[in-house]
Design a binder for this molecule. Structure first.
Ligand SMILES: Cc1cc2nc3c(=O)[nH]c(=O)nc-3n(C[C@H](O)[C@H](O)[C@H](O)COP(=O)(O)OP(=O)(O)OC[C@H]3O[C@@H](n4cnc5c(N)ncnc54)[C@H](O)[C@@H]3O)c2cc1C
Length: 435
């Protein structure tokens, strides 16, 4: 095999990309590319945890919680697939060494977040994403069939006769082409194009922009989740999330007069509306989060990261009120797929936050995104095996001229514009308020 030809190319090293790679067979020659270091992803930032089906009797309640949060716009087939697959992917995470918090009796310590009727969320303190990414990455690095190329940004899809045949990419030094039987887009959400977001700034919806450029079906781009409680800060840059599980464990929200004004465990869209109303009423940029109902031991043990970050901003979560405000957090829409990650273009899959199979509907239930990323990444890998088993990469692809990518600033500005226009086309009110 020539050194720019692979069986599969995976763009992105968040949980969706990593789990796709680990779910493909060991004889599959895989290239993973990522914009920066492999552990720089939104997946790494996940705090609260990962939902799972507690027992068969929990199915109906979990299903209803997911649909209710999604304003009943969800695709029921996707929701069912995610919930029924949850125990299987958690088992695999445990096999890879992921360590979820346990009670003193040695049972899993489940937590709860807004919209969940049950305590069904597994977590590792308040750094669940870091724990999962580190363990998946460690496993990927043991696999000789997987090459990770860091600081390599996909800039375009290579397309021949209506099928995806690879990607054009740039490294610090040069532009390159890579070819494969199939490309998996695992490029995450769109937070990087927003002024205020909890996402890393380099997560700019690149996969979605390329889909828009190449008429690959994209859907529900107006379904964008605003997280109700990020730490208010005058500093520029990424907004620090204060996980919903803090409210799940008893933290309350107070207005300017120190009065409680809302049920803190409402789904995120409704809570955001309530917070906004209070901010407008008092003409302020934040409301307050009080952790007075959570024990000191619980705060320090379950939320050490949140505690430390608040301290850095000058607030002691044990005694002070923490100013919080809403910010862009998650994209429920994206590249349209089925439950196997297939897109409207042949040989192109999309998985994780960049994909939309309707599992979240109009609004994601907390802690369902790590889970869906894993479940549908696994499905996409299985689908690839069914479709491509024994296929040899065809020789004779037309080598692509890279000249048109020379002016990267223009290229990226157009990508951003394409996404913003799609959001505006779908929901002008949202666009005017947040973009
Ligand atoms: C602060 C925060 C807290 C969260 N907490 C939770 C939680 O508790 N529970 C939960 O379920 N979900 C949570 N989420 C959501 C969840 O983390 C993400 O939705 C999910 O991890 C997305 O995974 P992904 O693999 O699709 O994308 P990401 O993890 O965002 O990874 C995207 C990858 O694509 C790469 N990439 C992007 N564009 C290119 C390109 N052009 N070329 C090459 N590489 C590219 C990036 O470098 C990165 O490696 C949280 C999100 C944030 C931001």
């Amino acid at each position: 095999m020539k050194n720019n030809r692979y069986d599969a190319i995976i763009v992105g090293t968040g949980v969706a990309g990593l789990f796709t790679a680990l779910s493909l067979p060991c004889n599959c020659n895989i290239l993973m590319v990522t914009k920066e270091e492999a552990d720089i992803s939104d997946s790494y930032l996940a705090q609260g945890g990962i939902s799972t089906l507690l027992e068969p009797e929990d199915f109906d309640v979990y299903f209803e919680d997911t649909l209710k949060a999604g304003r009943y716009q969800n695709n029921p087939e996707s929701v069912q697939e995610m919930i029924l697959s949850s125990n299987d992917v958690i088992r695999r995470l445990l096999e890879y060494g992921v360590d979820f918090d346990k009670t003193s009796e040695g049972d899993f310590e489940y937590t709860r977040e807004g919209g969940h009727s049950e305590y069904r969320i597994l977590h590792h303190q308040d750094v669940t994403g870091k724990e999962i990414v580190e363990k998946l990455l460690k496993e990927v690095k043991t696999r000789s069939n997987i090459t990770i190329q860091e600081y390599t940004t996909m800039i375009d899809l290579l397309i021949q006769e209506g099928a995806c045949i690879g990607i054009a990419a740039k490294t610090k030094e040069k532009l390159l082409c890579f070819y494969a039987n199939a490309v998996f887009l695992a490029t995450g959400g769109v937070g990087g194009i927003f002024k205020n977001s909890t996402n890393f700034s380099q997560i700019t919806g690149d996969g979605i922009a390329l889909a828009l450029r190449h008429n690959i079906e994209v859907t529900n781009m107006n379904y964008i989740q605003i997280h109700p409680t990020v730490l208010y800060s005058k500093r520029k840059g990424r907004r620090f999330l204060i996980s919903e599980s803090v409210r799940g464990e008893g933290a309350i929200l107070l207005n300017e007069e120190g009065k409680r004004f809302v049920n803190e465990l409402l789904p995120r869209d409704l809570l955001t509306q309530a917070i906004h109303k209070e901010m407008e009423r008092y003409q302020v940029d934040y409301v307050y989060l009080s952790m007075e109902n959570i024990s000191k031991d619980k705060i320090l043990r379950h939320f050490p990261n949140i505690y430390a970050r608040c301290k850095e901003e000058g607030y002691d979560a044990l005694t002070d009120l923490i100013p919080v405000t809403p910010a862009q957090h998650y994209l429920m829409g994206g590249i349209k797929t089925d439950i196997n990650g297939t897109t409207s273009m042949k040989h192109l899959y999309a998985v994780g936050e960049t994909a939309c199979n309707g599992v979240h509907g109009a609004n994601r239930l907390a802690s369902n995104s790590l889970l869906e990323s894993l479940v549908f990444a696994r499905n996409a890998a299985n689908h690839y095996v069914l479709m491509h088993a024994g296929t040899c990469l065809e020789e004779g692809y037309v080598e692509v001229s890279l000249e048109k990518y020379m002016n990267q600033d223009d290229w990226e500005a157009i990508n951003k514009q394409l996404i913003l226009e799609e959001i505006k086309r779908k929901d002008k009110e949202f666009y005017d308020a947040w973009c």
